[in-house]
Design a protein around this ligand. Structure first.
Ligand code: NDP
Length: 263
């Protein structure tokens, strides 16, 4: 299926690893020009060099900064405009989860988590809004979690923040229409750097990676019996970022192997 991404400019936050990187790869393969960011320069530059070799350095732009720094995000948007002449889609993916219960989340943790979840959306959306409006087919795809609708007791703070973000996205889908479509994906468990870190911190160091992930899928009762691979949500991101989803806005697509408990 041709998604109509040829020569479109797509921006992906958090593009040096996991789901963001898988999305960058798919978008480039589908003919888009892609700008992406992450905080860590070393990994970002290695990825950008590899992708530049594969797809042409003129189709790839990578810059190291945090999406929580509004001036850096605005500077990036300016550079994207200069290099690519605009922006057709924005994927707000940068971030990470916080494992904490109500009892062990301090006020400072709450503030940090709410800042990360809200401003990792708000700063990039503000910075790219004008270009997305000018695109004629502007699209925002927000990467969120099933925790927004289905909180987990060990991730209380993250779940509450994600619920707020989902609510915000619904409002934006109305306020930014008809110029910009706003959709989200709700992730279950996807095998990426976050889960790799948790695997490396496992108690039983004798347990193999395969066994640890299989036990995790069983414990989480995932109907499809495994964690997702980053390419699986990335394909949905590419679709929602593309003109192929031109009549979809305000929607959320669950990518979780069927783990949700609501109808
Ligand atoms: P990874 O850790 O593999 O990738 C996260 C990416 O975001 C990296 O490129 C990281 O690079 C970047 N990043 C993190 N914080 C910032 C920041 N403040 N500014 C700019 N870049 C940043 O994680 P995933 O691919 O798993 O996660 C992608 C998104 O999906 C995240 O928002 C995560 O919370 C969400 N998610 C993931 C789930 C999963 O099971 N994997 C489940 C639910 C939600 P660097 O560290 O160098 O900045």
């Amino acid at each position: 299926m041709d998604l109509g991404l040829t020569d479109r400019c797509v921006v992906v936050t958090g593009g040096s690893s996991g789901i963001g990187l898988a999305a960058v790869r798919i978008l480039l393969k589908d003919g888009a020009r892609v700008a992406f960011c992450a905080r860590g320069a070393e990994r970002l530059e290695a990825v950008a060099a590899e992708l530049g070799d594969a797809y042409g350095p003129d189709r790839v732009l990578a810059r190291a900064f945090s999406v929580l720094d509004p001036e850096a995000v605005a500077g990036f948007a300016e550079e994207v405009g200069q290099r690519f002449g605009g922006c057709d889609a924005l994927v707000t993916n940068a971030g990470q989860g916080r494992v904490s219960t109500y009892a062990d989340t301090s006020d400072a943790d709450w503030r940090e988590e709410l800042e990360l979840k809200f401003f990792s959306q708000l700063h990039p959306i503000r910075a790219f809004e004008a270009m997305l409006r000018a695109s004629g087919q502007g699209a925002i795809v927000a990467v969120n979690s099933l925790l927004a609708l289905q909180p987990e007791p060990h991730m209380v703070c993250t779940s509450a923040a994600r619920a707020g973000v989902q609510n915000l996205l619904k409002s934006l889908a109305t306020e930014l229409a008809p110029d910009i479509r706003v959709n989200s994906i709700l992730l279950g468990l996807v095998d990426s750097a976050q889960w790799q870190r948790r695997y490396e911190a496992r108690e039983d160091k004798a347990q193999s990676r395969e066994d640890w992930f299989a036990a995790l899928a069983r414990a989480k009762k995932i109907p499809l019996g495994r964690l997702g691979q980053p390419e699986e949500p990335a394909r949905a991101i590419a679709f929602l970022a593309s003109p192929a989803s031109s009549y979809i806005t305000g929607a959320k697509l669950e990518i979780s192997g069927g783990v949700s408990r609501f109808a």
